[in-house]
Design a protein around this ligand. Structure first.
Ligand code: BGC
Length: 730
């Protein structure tokens, strides 16, 4: 009987497979996509290239009935062929919800910059795996996460979604996150491609950057990400690049992404970034997203007509569909259908988020070892930033609504790109729990005089300072808003044992830097942020975050002291000239001999680390470096030894580049040997004409440093032969 049943099942499976050969898992994703494509009518093919918004649009259009409520998007499937619909959700910090009063409440990672500040590949992967699991359990099979725009503009309102100023660091860390997400058999999205480096005027801005500079900076971050993680999709951005919209930019889509880099996934637009049918399709765009944001269903009937009339070839149209299907087979979307209502282990996920947050915190200053906080303090005063109840989150489509609701509702803006949200993880409660005998007092910080009075005489004062920004909204300046500089100055004057905890999107100015004894950069620390902050302050966790971006001493040091564009007039086209080229962040500061407030790579610990035995070898031009690292302090800790390379004769965009790093945990007195191999593209210059990377023959200094401005960095010189590498660095 059992045997009969087994045979019947096997026969049924075989006949289903014969009828639907693309369901045969033993075939390659390419073959399966090809077979599925062949079985489709023209109308069915059209479904894959047109995305619908997952929410009502401006009270004009209702959401697609099958889309998940208040989600980012939906693409109809072809159930006749067993091909599921695509359910899209934002984004990089967790499962977001489009603005509503009844959001899905999920776990939020700390900001992207915080994750990058860990310099810990494994943590970035785990964070990705965690949010990807929540996306799957929430019924989503496309997660629009994978933001890797370079931090050229420290005022950019979306810096908290991205991964800082260095292409190697950013590309590597986001690649790990994308791999983690896709380990759940869902598709991730590398975005916003490309040079979408400020929010002011994002729909109209024309970013100007030459090819070679771009390939060695913004595009290089995307290239590293793509190579290391193979994201199923890429989102083209709102802006123009050198005069042409990114989503109809043949150079970006056809030439660089698909031809030069051999990208096999599909390109979707950002929501409202499609401007044409024929130009876009022929430039390499594969899918229009959330069409309701655009002037027209460019990839609906208009595309069908364009194919019928031959303005877009049938072959090109088929390739658009093929790319979407291929990604679905390749990432496991077809074989592992998603369903809403899956179980989520929030306790475990809180711990993933907390581990990320605490390792991403950067101890910027620690005069007189004011930190870690000592047991036995009698009075601790906590000031500002609603630290009694929660921690700040950034605004816009990436917002993950907290479990348990917003700790501080009602702060403006309450609508897009708000609401301003605080995760209900109270730093004060977590501090109180660790100082049982102490009197812990909270002052809201609105009155600097009153706050200073409260601070006087306390054993330690913790001032929480904040900067809220979001999508579509750059910071107007790098100064802390709302008179917080005056607040910190007054408090630090009243009590020298003042520690400032910063909850900011990115770099801010600190006119009070000399007065504060301690400064801890906590970024937007996510779901378990309050707990994570307390654990670092009390030394339960030894801080090991390092800055993924330069903190300038003033805005006059920036390539653009004033932000281009007019936030009050978003309709008029303007140009941002990225004249610094590939000299982004610390490279610009090196080039111009500027002294930042805190350099890229900076981060203190409660212990110390020493480096020795630096050696560098090249074999056939391939550079590898090794050295020893020792914990010379009294407590366990993690360090980020950084390797920079600087040419003696060759001319680069800037004096040096980050070439590698490691994150190493050591017990007191322990040593470890570390080896790093250097990607050869970081040793050469890109030549646009030949599309090759060229490494000049000569001497190169290899620096082993604690940060990008480390005056005591050990160094060694290697001689490299002349080499020419293809566009992929091979
Ligand atoms: C953002 C994207 C996001 C999309 C869908 C756009 O406004 O720029 O990052 O994925 O909306 O919500």
């Amino acid at each position: 009987m059992k045997l009969k049943l087994a045979i019947a099942l096997a026969l049924a499976a075989m006949s289903a497979q014969a009828a639907e050969p693309w369901m045969d898992k033993s075939l390659s994703a390419d073959k399966r996509a090809e077979l599925a494509l062949q079985a489709m009518t023209q109308q069915e093919k059209l479904r894959w290239v047109l995305g619908h918004f997952g929410s009502d649009f401006a009270n004009k259009t209702k959401k697609h009935p099958a889309a998940l409520p208040f989600s980012a998007g939906y693409i109809e499937g072809v159930p006749r062929l067993g091909l599921p619909a695509l359910f899209e959700t934002d984004a990089g910090l967790g499962v977001a919800t489009q603005a509503t009063k009844t959001p899905r409440e999920r776990t939020s990672l700390p900001s992207g910059l915080a994750t990058t500040a860990t310099w810990n590949r494994e943590l970035a992967y785990q964070g990705g795996a965690m949010i990807g699991a929540e996306a799957r359990a929430s019924g989503f099979n496309v997660m629009l996460a994978g933001g890797v725009n370079l931090l050229r503009e420290p005022r950019n309102g979306r810096n908290f979604e991205y991964a800082g100023e260095d292409p190697l660091l950013a590309g590597t860390m986001v690649a790990q996150q994308v791999k983690g997400i896709q380990s759940n058999n869902i598709i991730a999205t590398m975005k916003h491609y490309a040079v979408n480096d400020q929010e002011t005027g994002r729909f109209v801005v024309d970013a100007r950057l030459d090819d070679a500079s771009n390939r060695m900076s913004d595009l290089l971050a995307f290239q590293f990400l793509m190579e290391q993680a193979d994201p199923g999709s890429v989102m083209c951005s709102y802006n123009r690049l050198n005069g042409v919209y990114a989503c109809e930019n043949d150079y970006l889509l056809n030439q660089v992404l698909k031809k030069d880099w051999g990208y096999k996934g599909y390109v979707m637009t950002d929501w409202g970034a499609t401007h044409s049918t024929v130009e876009s399709a022929n430039a390499g765009l594969d899918q229009q997203s959330g069409w309701e944001f655009d002037k027209s269903q460019y990839f609906g009937g208009a595309l069908e007509e364009a194919v019928t009339n031959g303005h877009v070839s049938q072959a090109r149209f088929d390739n658009m569909v093929f790319r979407v299907l291929r990604a679905m087979f390749d990432k496991g979307v077809v074989d592992n259908p998603v369903a809403e209502g899956g179980a989520i282990d929030y306790t475990a996920h809180n711990l993933v988020s907390r581990a990320d947050a605490e390792e991403g915190m950067v101890l910027l200053k620690n005069a007189g070892n004011v930190l870690p906080l000592k047991a036995g303090a009698k009075k601790i005063v906590i000031i500002g930033a609603h630290a009694d109840v929660g921690v700040l989150a950034g605004g816009g489509s990436s917002l993950v609504y907290p479990i348990g609701g917003n700790a501080v509702p009602g702060i403006a803006p309450t609508s897009w790109p708000g609401p301003v949200v605080y995760h209900p993880s109270s730093p004060m409660k977590a501090i109180q729990a660790r100082a049982p005998g102490a009197q812990v007092v909270f002052n809201d910080g609105s009155d600097p005089g009153a706050a200073a009075q409260a601070a006087a005489g306390a054993d330690v004062v913790l001032v929480f300072a904040q900067q809220w920004v979001g999508e579509a909204l750059d910071a107007v300046s790098l100064a802390l808003p709302d008179n917080q500089d005056a607040l910190i100055g007054a408090v630090a004057k009243a009590n020298p044992k003042t520690v400032v905890v910063l909850e900011t999107s990115g770099p801010v100015l600190m006119p009070w830097v000399d007065q504060a004894a301690g400064i801890l950069q906590a970024w937007y620390p996510g779901t378990s942020g309050g707990e994570a902050i307390a654990r670092v302050l009390f030394g339960e966790v030894n801080p090991s975050g390092h800055l993924p971006a330069t903190f300038p001493a003033s805005e006059s040091q920036l390539p653009r002291p004033k932000l281009d564009g007019d936030p009050k007039n978003e309709a008029v086209r303007f140009t941002v000239n990225y004249h610094e080229g590939a000299a982004v962040g610390y490279k610009w500061f090196d080039l111009k001999g500027l002294k930042p407030l805190f350099p890229f790579g900076h981060g203190l610990s409660y212990t110390q680390f020493a480096y020795s035995g630096l050696t560098a070898n090249q074999k056939d031009g391939k550079l590898s470096v090794s050295f020893k690292i020792t914990n010379t302090g009294a407590v366990k800790g993690k360090d980020v030894p950084q390797l920079y390379v600087s040419p003696l004769n060759a001319k680069w965009e800037a004096p040096k580049r980050l070439a590698g790093w490691d994150k190493v945990e050591l017990a007191p007195g322990e040593s470890k040997q570390v080896s790093v191999t250097v990607d050869p593209r970081l040793l050469g210059m890109f030549d646009s004409r030949s599309k090759t990377w060229r490494i000049a023959k000569g001497g190169y200094k290899v620096l082993l440093a604690h940060d990008a401005a480390d005056a005591k960095a050990a160094s060694i010189t290697v001689q490299l032969p002349q080499r020419t590498l293809n566009v992929a660095g091979k």
